[in-house]
Design a protein. Sequence first.
Length: 406
Amino acid sequence: MIESTTVLVVGGGATGTGIARDLSLRGVDVTLVDRDGLSSGTSGRSHGLLHSGARYAESDRVGAEECIEENTVLRSIAGECIRDTGGLFVQLEEDDPEYFEEKRAACEAIGIETALLDADEARERVPDLTPDVERAMWVPDGAIYPSRLGAANAADAEEHGGTIYPHAPLEAVSVVDGRITEATLGGTVERTIEPEHVVNAAGAWAGQVAALAGVEVTMAPSRGVMVSVAYDELDPVLNRCRDPADGDIVVPHADEAVLGTTSVPVSDPDDYEKAAWEVETSIEECAKLLPPVADAPTVREWWGVRPLYAPDEAEGDRRGISRGYFVLDHADDGVENVTSIVGGKLTTYRQMAETTADHVCESLGVDADCETATRKLPGADDADRLDELVDRYDGQGPTDKDVIAQ
């Protein structure tokens, strides 16, 4: 069977579904495909942190500005896809006080709201916080539920004429005279799509998708483990206030706390080691912030792969690679109707989608404005409806399994 579409979006994570929604709202005919259900890649395998930008404030001002801007937007449009927990950056006795001051000053310069807490005030907020706390800084972090988020975006795209194929892996493309003319889908679909434009939003797999069209996208993925333990006494997100390292974030969920994470380079996002030391290190380090998690029962553990784009930094430690995003126009590579969106963070997915949609619309000659920053997601205020959408698109990822199950 052969179908035609104006834009084929490859990748059903937050960014891909966000692009499909954005383009559909602008009146563009969109088909989105994923291989294992929506949010089955990086989006659904994160720790579920809604960034305030504070984590990047002193090292990546642009990235931090993007985070706080999108943090505010998501609070207005995403409803039950997020949880407003607030967050604390915690300085322990062994941590550098100058780093704390640098981060606080950077947050204030960017416009990220903060509040300084002494040790006693911090322990009032989190009674089980380690006695080794020196002080803490409150920031507007939160929790985000990617399965709901992706499903809501996909539903809005479909309600506005888009087509969503959650189990349709892209198997091959035909390039004729510098354009993709056909895309072959497998899985439950098994048909050929004739697109005017293709968007590669495959995250850590973007290099593999690009290679099908004969173009190069150099990804530098790194794996990280998340460990969810039975602990329902935590309200705010906890961040260790030091240079990013293993086991420095604790994210509260319904009846669990998610501990993470590690950063280990991988060459293949589908085939990598899942090492026991990563689990042990994450628990041990997070317990320095919140001692009860050391003995809390482990409910589940999972690994995710970060979609880092670093054509010049593919080797070595990847913590320093920018979490910014990049829109790549492959006309410069000889294939004029392909765009890749790489890098970025879950928190900034909507902005990434808007930037990509702007580029695609310009290429297609479509004159329409983005509506996604002000238009509420469907079902945003109805958790049951959101969970029905997750089921519709087979969007269940491990990040928010405990929340969706309830």
